[in-house]
Write a protein that binds this ligand. Sequence first.
Ligand SMILES: Nc1ncnc2c1ncn2[C@@H]1O[C@H](COP(=O)(O)OP(=O)(O)O)[C@@H](O)[C@H]1O
Ligand SMILES: CC(=O)N[C@@H](CCC(=O)OP(=O)(O)O)C(=O)O
Length: 274
Amino acid sequence: MKGQPVVIKIGGSVLDQLHPDFFQECVQLRQKGCHPVVVHGGGPSINRLQERLGMKPVFREGLRVTDDDDLELVEMVLAGRINKHLVTRLEQVGGEAVGVSGVDRNLIQVRKKSPALGWVGEVEKVNLSFLQVLIRQGWIPVVASIGVDRHGQHYNINADTVAGALARELKAEKMILVTDVPGIRTDTQKTDTVLSHVSVAQVENMVKTGAIHGGMVPKVMAAVSGLQASVQEVVILDGRSPGSLSLYSNKEGAGTRIGLKEEEGYDTVSYLST
Ligand SMILES: Nc1ncnc2c1ncn2[C@@H]1O[C@H](COP(=O)(O)OP(=O)(O)O)[C@@H](O)[C@H]1O
Ligand SMILES: CC(=O)N[C@@H](CCC(=O)OP(=O)(O)O)C(=O)O
């Protein structure tokens, strides 16, 4: 396949606040010879719907405890409303987008992660050839983080985890995690302490000390698992900023880059304007 696949994960936190040029920049990656593969979350929208229906979102270690009723909402929100919204936004700027969930063509095959979490899946296998068919057509796959097991049961999967799994399978060199903060902060109480580069060892340490917590944990875990395979660089960046996607490749200040080796990581704190 000509051109490098680039996995771009759009977090639910930023979906309503994406910069107006974001989708155009996604499509422009195609013109630069890359193949964007979009994965999306939607945690806050699921929370809102649960609350409207009098249900209480429950999380364990950052993952939503998902019973039958929760799964129904998760699928409606992720594979329905949000997936189709993103397809429309890409189509409006000339991207030929195809929305799928991990259930379509058994794209993401899973097993149950743990009984305590209910219908939360752990990725076992990815139907790479299906994804490649879409990419070869020049289409932009937009993937909702729902998986399926061998018995046909559907599961909820963390979207960062799905992005990591697809990046590994596609042998992508780059994975971009788009969220609502400018990158990894050394101190989440302060807004001006964003790391420009960080190594795997450093992020692992920050998770241990609690400097990285909540929704940032699955992101850095997905980054580490991608980097241990083919991925050479993971960038966590702010989807609210102008030019976030087009700037990431060559500009300081466009988010936090996570690199595998110590020598590729720097402990410099850059005081980015936020
Ligand atoms: N060290 C950190 N640096 C930046 N953000 C952090 C850090 N630790 C925790 N966070 C939190 O992680 C959040 C991003 O995760 P999440 O809300 O799940 O986003 P998304 O929906 O984009 O996946 C940030 O808004 C922030 O509150
Ligand atoms: C198992 C699990 O927790 N799944 C997530 C899937 C959506 C997601 O990951 O959304 P964000 O990217 O906005 O966090 C959830 O139910 O919220």
